[in-house]
Ligand binder design. Structure first.
Ligand SMILES: [Zn+2]
Length: 163
């Protein structure tokens, strides 16, 4: 499947730690991690070149920009690497995004719904509807059609917005 996530791929942990520490104020790994927040996540469009993760992994197309809140350093990391030490959220978002891409009737995860709402890709009502229907087993045809409309919008939310 095109663009499928391959979570079994190994990232270079040691190299990633070394580079993150270089960009952090703290020399201690555990406290250095506290300096980093996920700043932006996006998926490269077909016409974008591949990127390289901070750890050296290439090619990557699911991008997380991390920002150090203490010194304002930013860095570009693969979602699989972010998942291992800073936050599972981007990985959940990308996985859910892939699922919707291949099946518009599937439910977006709450993390993806919130991201789409934060970017105003979906409005308050659509956000509340998607959150309230999440994990419900039975849906009317009308609700499924509504979900498809919302999912089409959500598929816009991983476009790159920063340069
Ligand atoms: Zn990496």
């Amino acid at each position: 499947m095109k663009n499928a996530l391959n979570t079994s791929e190994k990232s270079n942990h040691k190299e990633l730690k070394r580079k993150i520490l270089e960009l952090s104020n703290s020399n201690d790994w555990d406290s250095a991690l506290l300096e980093w927040k996920v700043y932006e996540i996006y998926k490269l469009d077909d016409w974008n070149d591949n990127e390289t993760c901070l750890c050296g992994h290439y090619p990557i197309r699911n991008i997380c920009i991390l920002k150090n809140v203490d010194n304002n350093n930013t860095t570009l990391v693969w979602n699989i690497c972010v998942n291992q030490f800073i936050s599972e959220e981007p990985n959940k978002v990308f996985t859910s995004f892939e699922r919707i891409s291949s099946d518009l009737k599937s439910w977006p995860c709450p993390e993806l719904i919130k991201l789409a709402h934060n970017k105003w890709v979906i409005n308050d009502w659509e956000h509340d509807f998607a959150i309230s229907r999440y994990n419900k087993k039975r849906h009317s045809e009308k609700q499924i059609n509504r979900r498809i409309i919302i999912n089409r919008k959500i598929l816009q939310c991983l476009k790159k917005t920063i340069s």
